[in-house]
Design a protein around this ligand. Sequence first.
Ligand code: CS2
Length: 489
Amino acid sequence: MIEPIKLNTKNLAMLNTNIRIPTYDRKEVKVGIVHIGIGGFHRAHQAYLVNQLLEQGMATHWGICGVALLGADRKIYDVLLEQDGLYTLIVPDIEGNFSTQVIGSIVELLYAPENPSAVIRKMADKSIGIVTLTITEGGYNYTSDGNFNWQNEDVVWDLQHPAKPKTVFGYLYAALKLRKASGIAGLTIQSCDNIEQNGDVMRQMLYAFISKADPEMIDWMDEHITFPNSMVDRITPVTTDSLRKMLAENFELNDGWPVVCESFYQWVVEDLYAAGRPDWENVGVQMVSDVTPYEKMKIRLLNGGHTLVGLVGYLLGYRYIHESVADPAIASLLRTYMDEEVTPTLDDVPGVNLDQYKETLIDRFRNPFIKDEVARIISGSSAKFPKFILPVIIDRIKDHKSVRIAAFIVACWYQYLKLNLATPNNVQDEIARVLLESVMRADQEGDPLVFLDISEVFGSIKEHRAFTESYLSHLKILNGIRMKKLNLN
Ligand code: CS2
């Protein structure tokens, strides 16, 4: 095998000609966006779209400064830094041929834990018009009743150490304070996470934090800061070593952190930008005045559907989403869940035929070439259930309608946790311990309702018999089936 070429600016011109490389001059790109959370999704979605605009000679003032906020992001930061912010985006087509492109829109990188003041100064710089966020569904720090979680130790720290924050709230507060002091108005803070009304939620949480830290900021924020809601979509599996190997073998390229994703993408955004924006429309972004119906549709059908396929798939012994959904029993359960339980909770979505949307969605899950693992979907379930599944249950209960399949998904989650009681490291979740302890207790007491006491996940659904009866009866059946535990790590 030919020695693969290390990806960095210097080597770009030497890369295999089957790899597209940026045709614009990266040195001329000015940073206008600070993005927090430089994982796969951001790099398959927003950073890709900015790259495509740069390719069209646009957005030259909207280059991205990628910020790694958490200690856990250190590795990815180091790799990207060594590669001058460059990475490869691999998009397999339906036959499994790869389109392989080096993305150059991340032109600056910062690692917050090591240099918090650099991040604050950057966000406060007058060249920055937008701060975007992919901080995961769990990153918004709210409790099951929708209030800011003041118990979070990092929040407590941030209130006491405003110059060295740890959370996104502390960083934004420090940066906004600087902007206000220097008379730099206008900033858009844009959530790109899978939460209904993600912009409103971000606004509410940040306002809660700043109202406590520095109430005098609020009037100024009302006037100068906007929080557009948006619906984001592109299935982006976790980067694996086999992807790195594929690049090395087929493209003679050594990229430490490439990204693979499906060809489909969607971004529906409220046009509420306080300080200008890239011409998103030129790369297929839909600008709308109300994003709510799109968000609801996507989160409840796609993300909720994913959770169903992931958990049921796990229990039936599948490793990948495409394998799970190829099982006719799972495909039909998914379709029934979408049609009978989710669709009635949705509003009219302008310009979208819901039947077609669901068909496309199942086709997307079927794509065997992106190799999306069940493990990715199950991970972080405690933050996903309250956003993806619970809203459906709550709406259905309000309408006195059946929640049979939604209750089955919760039962499958319980069963998955139970199967992993002796192998807790398999459970990738912020509150893995809480989940496992609860399931253990529920199991010992022979009362699976105990699991529903985790109010940060389940709110008060335990009070609804329509739900609990279904949940218990599903668990009885699941318990009677012998399942083989998979080690997905
Ligand atoms: C997935 C999402 O993590 C999950 O549970 O449903 O990451 C999903 O792939 C994306 O939201 C697609 O846009």
